[in-house]
Structure formats: structure tokens, C-alpha cells
Design a protein. Structure first.
Length: 106
């Protein structure tokens, strides 16, 4: 994963083409980049993010922001209570307990 100005880039190698290609993950818009070396792909990623931000500015639009880390979650009250009790048993906050479970699940 590449990171720049809060944005994340995912890169894959294409054997058939002999190059790297990637995509900026934090956007609803599709922003891609490519390069033949690690240095080229890193530079192309940064340039793509900068180009995206400049494009949005020129159009007078707000760019998509990278994820804030906040997630609104709606649960049935009974499940909410069960998860809260499970977190308490482990001496953790509900937020910490859920974050750890989600990290393990990915």
C-alpha cells in the first residue's frame, strides 16, 4: 500500500505487461496510475493524487476525503448489549473490542 496526503494506493504487478498498475482506494472516482519500477509507481501515485486534487479545485468541487476512521453502525439493542458485555469481560471498550474483531476478520 502506498500513502500520500492521506490517500491510499493499491498496486499490483502485471506479468503480461511487465509493469505495475494501481488505483487510489479512498475515492468514489476511479483514479489509476502505472509504472515500470517501484520508483515510477510511487511517483505516478503521488502525481495522480495531486492531479485529482487539482482537477477538483478547477471544477470547484470538494475532493473525496480519505476515511476518517469513524463508522456509524446500527445494531439491534439485544446484540448491542451482548457485544458490550463481551467487551467488558475482556476489560476493553466496545469500540476497541469491535475493532479487534474486524481486524482479525479481514
Amino acid at each position: 500500500m502506498l500513502r500520500y496526503k492521506g490517500y491510499t494506493g493499491h498496486v499490483e504487478y502485471d506479468d503480461a505487461e511487465g509493469n505495475f498498475h494501481g488505483e487510489v482506494l479512498d475515492l468514489r472516482d476511479v483514479v489509476t496510475f502505472q509504472g515500470k519500477s517501484v520508483e515510477e509507481i510511487e511517483r505516478a501515485f503521488r502525481e495522480s493524487v495531486d492531479d485529482y486534487l487539482e482537477f477538483c479545485e478547477q471544477k470547484g468541487e470538494k475532493p473525496d476525503k480519505p476515511f476518517s476512521g469513524r463508522l456509524m453502525l446500527r445494531l439491534p439493542p439485544n446484540l448491542h448489549r451482548k457485544l458490550y458485555v463481551s467487551a467488558l469481560r475482556e476489560g476493553k471498550s466496545l469500540n476497541q473490542w469491535i475493532a479487534e474483531r474486524l481486524e482479525r476478520a479481514r
